[in-house]
Design a binder for this molecule. Structure first.
Ligand SMILES: Cc1cc2nc3c(=O)[nH]c(=O)nc-3n(C[C@H](O)[C@H](O)[C@H](O)COP(=O)(O)OP(=O)(O)OC[C@H]3O[C@@H](n4cnc5c(N)ncnc54)[C@H](O)[C@@H]3O)c2cc1C
Length: 486
């Protein structure tokens, strides 16, 4: 099948009877559920972009297997130009969702594309796992499958001596093997896009704290979301069923987050990519370079999001007429800095890209990891800046219905500013509130703080790849200078 249209994606979701729970009820049809259908429509629109005549060339490429156009994020670029085209594709999707759907399907597509290229790594000790990976990547590419993922084990206790505890009975583990496959039990977080996906990928970046090299917690597999025993428990929906005017982002981009329960779920052998092998699991992101590719996708999202927040801030100061005040100028300058740092890191990652041992043009890791880590602290600051710039205007918030109600004349007269009609002001600030105030916006801040793991893990990930010697050598060289030298 060539790249899917939005309608084909929706039809696929309707056909699956996944076990999704929201607000105490089982969701029978995610495509029509009031808390989920907005997000489904958004993902469908992303798929439709693959057939927009103006974008088709960028959004798709020719399948190496079928010769049909397939989604560009499944591509393993061989040249810098192909990498840049894939980057444009990801930026198109990120800008279409204002950077608010971090888990758009390209996130997992680039990860699996990298794993497909590095299939020999998975098959090194167990050749069947390499073949499984190759086949699976071809399957998701040729069927344009939408994937969610759950990497993190729930923890029952947190103490500093046992970072990332793997507790029996809570963390996901392999309970037994059968002729048909492995049986897994436990719970994972946090499957964003879970109810909106066809399949779930389960692996883990976090067994590093455990010294044994054979562990029932070490596993990498992918299964359909309607597999028996698999249950998705949603948080409250932040799509409040309001109009696009009242709730511009929440009514469009609710990507949903879920806890996933695995109740003796059978994973067929052909869907197992790694089993018990702690060292291989820990090495996967770096040896396959999937971490660089997924961070590159994240960098596109970060850029789109920084641009969007900057645009809102500029329009806010224009509407309020405070853009010329020094403190507003300083804050806007800070937002510009973040947007340009994201853009620069993407450019640097592409300019310094190199072909890796798998034959893939791989973005340079340090710049894309930098955007990942920077976003954890700069995004909360960006939201603080919006709040400081907007102040009470965030709460001068009549709804769309109020503009047609008995107070409409007052609203039109008193809520206008020197530069902006009342309706335009309110529309803009309702958007800003979605970013900086309400549950949808708060979840975005939490997402940026934690989606790529907790700050300590991110700092360690950076330290592991940073060329520390270069920095120390410069200082050593300076310290070693004699009195006669400069
Ligand atoms: C909105 C959102 C969407 C997400 N989407 C996804 C997704 O799609 N897929 C996915 O797999 N994950 C997703 N994540 C999960 C994300 O990967 C985790 O939230 C993140 O790894 C942090 O884990 P945690 O929430 O359990 O926090 P914790 O691990 O509890 O971290 C909180 C703090 O406690 C510290 N800490 C943790 N464990 C210990 C310990 N044992 N001892 C001492 N200190 C400890 C940490 O260093 C940190 O400072 C998402 C998260 C959010 C917020």
């Amino acid at each position: 099948m060539p790249a899917r249209t939005g309608q084909q994606y929706i039809n696929g979701l309707k056909e699956r009877q996944c076990e999704v729970w929201l607000g105490g009820e089982r969701v029978r049809d995610v495509t029509s559920h009031k808390g989920l259908s907005g997000g489904v429509r958004a993902i469908a629109k992303l798929y439709d972009m693959q057939y927009d005549p103006a974008l088709h060339e960028v959004m798709t490429y020719t399948s190496p297997a079928s010769g049909q156009p397939v989604g560009r994020s499944f591509d393993n670029p061989k040249t810098r130009e192909a990498l840049e085209t894939r980057s444009k594709m990801m930026l198109n999707w990120a800008r279409a969702t204002c950077g608010m759907m971090g888990r758009s399907p390209d996130f997992m597509n680039v990860t699996f594309a990298a794993w497909g290229a590095a299939a020999d790594f998975f098959g090194e000790k167990r050749p069947e796992f390499g073949a499984n990976m190759r086949n699976y990547v071809e399957y998701i590419r040729e069927n344009d499958i939408t994937l969610t993922h759950a990497l993190i084990n729930l923890q029952r206790s947190r103490n500093a001596s046992g970072m990332f505890n793997l507790e029996e009975g809570t963390a996901l583990e392999v309970k037994k093997e059968t002729d048909a496959g492995i049986v897994v039990r436990g719970a994972r977080i946090l499957a964003t896009l879970g109810p909106l996906s066809d399949e779930i990928a389960v692996h883990s970046p976090r067994l590093a704290r455990h010294s044994e090299d054979h562990s029932p917690f070490a596993v990498n597999f992918a299964i359909p979301c309607d597999t028996k025993g698999l249950r998705f428990l949603c948080r409250d929906s932040f799509d409040l069923g309001r109009s696009h005017f009242d709730h511009p982002l929440g009514s469009r981009f609710e990507e949903m987050d879920c806890v996933v329960f695995f109740d003796d779920v059978l994973v067929p052998w052909e869907r197992v990519f790694l089993l018990y092998d702690v060292n291989r699991l820990n090495a996967t992101p770096h040896v396959t370079h999937s971490t660089a590719h997924s961070a590159h996708q994240g960098a596109a999202k970060n850029l789109a999001k920084c641009e969007f927040v900057l645009g809102i801030a500029l329009l806010m100061t224009q509407a309020l007429g405070n853009g010329h005040l020094p403190h507003a100028e300083e804050r806007i300058g800070e937002l510009m800095l973040y947007a340009e740092l994201m853009r620069s890191c993407m450019r640097a990652a592409e300019a310094d890209a190199a072909v890796d041992q798998w034959g893939v043009m791989c973005p340079a890791i340090l710049p894309v990891e930098s955007t990942r880590n920077l976003m954890m602290t700069c995004y909360p600051r960006m939201i603080e800046i919006l709040q400081l710039l907007g102040s009470s205007s965030f709460l001068i918030q009549p709804s769309e219905a109020d503009f047609d109600g008995p107070l409409s004349a007052d609203i039109e007269q008193f809520l206008a500013t020197d530069t902006t009609e009342a309706r335009d002001r309110v529309k803009l600030f309702r958007l800003a509130w979605d970013v900086a105030g309400n549950a949808f916006g708060s979840r975005q801040v939490l997402y940026e703080r934690f989606f790529a793991s907790d700050p300590l893990t991110r700092a360690r990930a950076m330290a592991a790849i940073y060329p520390k010697d270069q920095a120390m050598d410069r200082v050593r060289e300076f310290l070693g200078k004699s009195n006669d030298e400069w």
